[in-house]
Structures are given as structure tokens and as C-alpha cells.
Design a protein around this ligand. Sequence first.
Ligand code: HEC
Length: 119
Amino acid sequence: MKFILPTAMLMALFVSFSQTSCYYDNEVDQYGVTACDTTAVSYANDIAPIIQQNCVACHQPGGSQESSAMDTYDNLVNFAVSAVDRTNGRGNLMPPSGRMTSCNIALLEAWVNAGMPNN
Ligand code: HEC
């Protein structure tokens, strides 16, 4: 009986540890940064480059989806909430070629949840 409690605690610790390590995304992004830090997301430094690389080929004036242009801050704010849905696969997945990295998706979502600061 004496061993049951410590064993249960160890298992709980192990489970919470493995969940933590799954929660954080260690993918290397385009700048070679390994951690996915969603605590202070910047439009200029984080969001604009993600949208530029993954979305504006179609979503810009003159592109195939110019009615939902996202090439500037003012254009993006109109579609950012739907963009979070689409990049998560709710509705047709965006970009159509395949899911972005989970870090990019998390950054976009964090920025929208922060009220889309133009920072
Ligand atoms: C290869 C072209 C292409 C790329 C790249 C692309 N999209 Fe799209 N997107 C489309 C097309 C086509 C539609 C219209 C059909 C539909 O709604 O699924 C669309 C529609 C959308 C809509 C709905 C717009 C509306 O009028 O409500 C959103 C939001 C969206 N895309 C977000 C994104 C985001 C965010 C990215 C980048 C992560 C992206 N798309 C990349 C082609 C693209």
C-alpha cells in the first residue's frame, strides 16, 4: 500500500510533463528560432511575415482572392478571425496547399486573441 501513492504521483508528474512537452511547439521557424513564444506577438515581426509567405500570393489586390486581401494591416483585420478558423481547418483549409506549422497557427491565433494590435 505504501507504494501506491508515490507511484500515482510519479505517473501524474510524467503525464503532465509529456503533455507540456507536446503543448510547446519546438519547430524551427523561418528565422531559426526554436521556441514558439506566443506571449507578445507583433504584427510587424510575426504576423505580417507569416501572411506574406503563406497567404498574399492569392489574398492581395490583383491576386485571385483580392476581395479578401490580407496584404496590409487594415486589410488583414477584416479577415483575421476567419483566417484563424481556416488555418485550423475549420472550413476550407488555408493555405490550400497544406497546413502551416502549428507555431504559425498559434501565433496568428494569439495575435487575434490579443485584439489584433498594430504593433
Ligand atoms: C493558392 C491561393 C490561396 C492561398 C495561398 C491562400 N488562400 Fe485563402 N482562399 C483561397 C480561395 C480560392 C478562397 C475562396 C474559397 C474559399 O472560401 O475556400 C480563399 C478564401 C479564404 C478566406 C475566406 C475569405 C472570405 O471572403 O471570407 C480566408 C479567411 C482565407 N482564405 C484565409 C487564408 C489565409 C489566412 C491564408 C494563409 C495562411 C490563405 N488564405 C492562403 C485561396 C488561397
